[in-house]
Design a protein. Structure first.
Length: 454
């Protein structure tokens, strides 16, 4: 057999000492029961990451209570080998070094794998083929050994061993106490192994989650950076036209180049914030005026709105307190909502298209409210239900990521974002943000909640 099996009765031939039977005194029995109670209590409430030290402490209890010189635990490793992992020695003696029991004491390991308890005097009871055991015990001065194998749930777990450097009789009724002690150690090892496996599984699942969201993250970067990059290309073409003349229009060319610089910086900031969300960096919030954020965002969509012949109308409320927020993140949300509104208005229709941004302050609830309305095609009942689902979009070229990111950003700021159809035509997207926050720092997690509108 190549595995530890359920311990059977102690084999008595060459493995057991042939000395007359010896039994524990009542006093020794009480001491051993007290020891077992102490061992059991050591692992009941302790977390598994403390078990290694608790096992050493438990082996010390064995050494001191039994009056032996060494006590060791060999654990069955992932390769089904017996590996000495824990050992304690009385003062003046060396503990057993960490080593493979299969290599150091192959005969003993073979017997233990057969599920047999080994109780012997190495000088008289070791068979002829236990050459390495004879040499090791002779060099270390060991005169008496007890080793017991243990399984948990039918799975081999460990071997407990105690040894003495003086010749002694092992009482027959000592074995049950050692078995109970070994079962305590075995359960601790099994629990520690399960907890470590659980942690490894959690790490693997987290890694798989990260891998699965990489495509989503790439889409979000492409979606958000696409707007300023398109503006950069458009402004570069315009600047080239102004400089190609005649006549050369330097003023307009300079304005276009300034727009290119601004949009380039914005692209860099978006990538930086996306990276911070992925890596869970802490980002410090600062005070900002929501109306100023709206005003600063309008130039980012001005050219796009002009090309589509859409009017963008800011209706900014008064008396709105400043928000503790990340300005670039909120502008990212606002620009996405405005562009969505522009895209929702069909090109070439007779009715003038418009997108309106309203801001206000609810003094009772102490939150700032911002709404982006349009007179476009509106939202269907299905859109209202699914508009924030991952990758949901009605745009032919849409990625369905814009509102996913927007919803995550708003919620990261402690707010809420929702959508609803307008009474006659179009749609309205609204978010509210609290003006009072307990902290100015937020740990970002990867954006993955919600979905795109169109």
């Amino acid at each position: 057999m190549n595995k530890l099996t359920k311990p059977r009765k102690v084999v008595r031939r060459a493995i057991l000492s042939t000395q007359p039977k010896h039994r524990l005194t009542a006093r020794d029995a009480r001491r051993y029961r007290d020891m077992l109670a102490t061992l059991s209590s050591m692992f009941i409430t302790a977390p598994s990451d403390q078990f290694d030290q608790r096992i050493i402490d438990g082996l010390r209890q064995l050494v001191e209570t039994l009056g032996v010189q060494r006590s060791s635990l060999a654990v069955v490793d992932e390769q089904d080998r017996l590996h000495i992992t824990h050992s304690y020695a009385a003062r003046g003696f060396r503990p057993m070094p960490q080593a493979l029991l299969d290599q150091e004491m192959p005969w003993l390991a073979k017997v233990l794998r057969e599920g047999r308890t080994v109780c012997l005097n190495p000088r008289t009871d070791l068979p002829n083929d236990a050459k390495q055991e004879r040499e090791l015990t002779r060099n270390s001065g060991i005169r008496a050994i007890i080793t017991l194998p243990f399984s948990v749930g039918g799975i081999p777990v460990c071997v407990l061993g105690v040894c003495s450097n003086v010749e002694r009789q092992w009482p027959d009724d000592l074995i049950p106490y050692l078995k109970q002690a070994g079962e305590i150690f075995a359960n601790a090892v099994a629990r520690k192994r399960k907890d470590e496996q659980l942690k490894r599984t959690e790490v693997q699942l987290e890694h798989l989650a990260r891998v699965s969201t990489m495509g989503q993250l790439a889409s979000s970067i492409a979606h958000e950076v696409n707007q300023p990059l398109c503006a950069i290309v458009s402004n570069a073409q315009a600047a080239l036209g102004f400089l190609s003349g005649p006549p050369v229009d330097l003023e307009q060319a300079v304005a276009a180049i300034k727009d290119i610089i601004r949009d380039g910086k914005r692209s860099s900031e978006i990538i930086g914030r996306t990276n911070a969300m992925l890596r869970r960096h802490s980002v410090a919030f600062t005070l900002h005026d929501i109306n100023e954020l709206v005003t600063e965002s309008l130039p980012l969509v001005e050219r796009y709105a002009t090309l589509r012949r859409i009017e963008v109308l800011p209706v900014l409320g008064s008396g709105i307190p400043k928000l503790m927020c990340d300005a670039v993140q909120l502008q990212q949300v606002l620009v996405n909502l405005i562009v969505n509104g522009i895209d929702a208005i069909p090109a070439g229709r007779e009715e003038k298209g418009w997108v309106r941004i309203d801001t206000s302050f609810d003094s009772e609830r102490k939150h700032v409210r911002l709404s982006v309305r349009d007179n476009g095609t509106g939202l269907s009942a299905q859109d209202v239900r699914r508009v924030f689902e991952p990758f949901y979009t009605s745009k032919l070229q849409g990625l369905g990521m814009g509102l996913a990111i927007s919803k995550t950003i708003v919620e990261t700021h402690g707010g809420r974002l929702w959508a609803e159809p307008e009474t006659i035509r179009g749609a309205c997207f609204t978010f509210v943000l609290p003006t009072e926050r307990e902290t100015h720092d937020v740990n970002y997690t990867s954006a993955g909640n919600g979905g795109g509108r169109r």
